[in-house]
Design a protein around this ligand. Sequence first.
Ligand code: ATP
Length: 241
Amino acid sequence: CLEVLLNTESTNSYLLEKSSDHMGKRYAVLAEKQESGRGRRGRTWVSPFGKNIYLSMLWSFSGGIGSLEGLSLVIAIAVERALAELGVNDAKLKWPNDVYLDHKKLAGILLEVSGEYSGHCQVVIGIGLNIKLSAHDAESIDQPWAQLSEYLGGVDRNTIAATMINHLIKAIEQFDKQGFESFKGYWTERDAFFNKEVDLILPHLTRSGIAKGVNGKGELLLQTEKGLESINAGELSLRLK
Ligand code: ATP
């Protein structure tokens, strides 16, 4: 089922509210605008009316929460694959969940678990993708951002949304059957920070090292003075040094 809304607080919040009515079902919602689009850690996703994609999908996974390791990376891969199908071939992936063009953030991903039932886990998968923002809209974005209109002429928003949904379904089905391991090579080839010096920003401290890609669980491999450490996504942000 696909629902299209004119306006909503947040497409993720909308589906979180509906999730108990749709246990075990797949349900997608698109909105023209989000009043309070959300990112991770209570951050805002700037979501003006009319030109961008705000998409959330409700999905039931066959394992518990532990089986979701690597899912945010898989969603970023699905967005990158959709872009490639539409003709934008040089999108890069930033661990754990962002899609970049020319070192600028094009899409953000927010995963929220909405419930667990009989060994299954229900998740709301949210994606915000910029197609066109005005300078005014973008004033409050505190990092470099990209918009698809500068890379892709003449493709309508419905085609972009449909292409994304198709790639999401394929990638999530593969993830549910085979886990992240089967995506590891694909991620590594498009990893924006591979072999770069990075700062990992934790809530109260920063760790530095050289990014060495990801392991089969989708954890970041960071070369530090202590050796090669694997770091779980949790609530972390990665920045180039
Ligand atoms: P980071 O980008 O620092 O790794 P994150 O992955 O936790 O953090 P998200 O939750 O994906 O971030 O998105 C929120 C952040 O994205 C905001 O704090 C802001 O910096 C940036 N942002 C907000 N709206 C947009 C937008 N429309 N386009 C690009 N970037 C945005």
